[in-house]
Design a binder for this molecule. Sequence first.
Ligand code: ADP
Ligand code: ADP
Ligand code: ZN
Length: 214
Amino acid sequence: MRMIMLGAPGAGKGTQAVKLAEKYNIPQISTGDIFRSNIKNGTELGKKAKEYIDKGMLVPDEITIGIVKDRLQQTDCKNGFILDGFPRTIPQAEYLDDALESMGVKLDVVLNIGVDDSEIIKRMSGRRVCPKCGLSYHTIFNPPKDAVNCDVCKVQVIQREDDREETVISRLKTYHSQTEPLINYYGGKGLLLTVEGRDKIDETTKAIFKALGV
Ligand code: ADP
Ligand code: ADP
Ligand code: ZN
């Protein structure tokens, strides 16, 4: 299974991608997670990416594309992958088309999770993430079992710096202007599958599995 997760920031891409990755036994590739781990490790890439991320802007295509190119070449992608947060612009999507063609593989589906902006704001303000493994939690909708620590890593979950309300508003603007056009891009290729993302996490997972026939 080779798939892309589309949707606004906070739509639930990461949450659902984890479940899909488990179901299909393929890697979840999150460009956001890759940037955050570079920021944490103080790499040059991390320093550059942080300037954009903190402003709610997209990291430039040439930087982002290079990362995905390397990642898709790793052996664990042989039987498929879930791209979570990439592509986010038309040039990134065009690059991906070329890269997959040169690898001799095709995308199976682009899963679009639809959620209204008002719901997004609620989700982002309560989002907490594990600083170690990147799992997403929510203070109300999906708290860790002990309310404080990641269920898997047992380290305290934290709020992402770019989940502050001002930054969320610019990220939503960025989404509508630069990423939303991908819905038509993939719709035109007959690859788009849209799932309502307003329901509870488990119900959304069920709807996704049903739509995918698994
Ligand atoms: P979210 O889960 O809220 O959608 P991500 O973790 O996917 O956020 O991304 C966090 C930030 O990293 C984005 O706001 C953006 O600045 C940067 N980023 C992630 N993926 C991309 C991409 N494909 N192109 C450009 N910037 C990206
Ligand atoms: P994305 O990867 O699209 O940015 P996440 O998967 O990180 O989104 O989800 C954003 C926030 O909303 C997290 O706090 C997550 O726990 C929560 N969340 C995800 N899906 C749902 C849902 N269906 N209902 C309520 N909260 C959700
Ligand atoms: Zn963890």
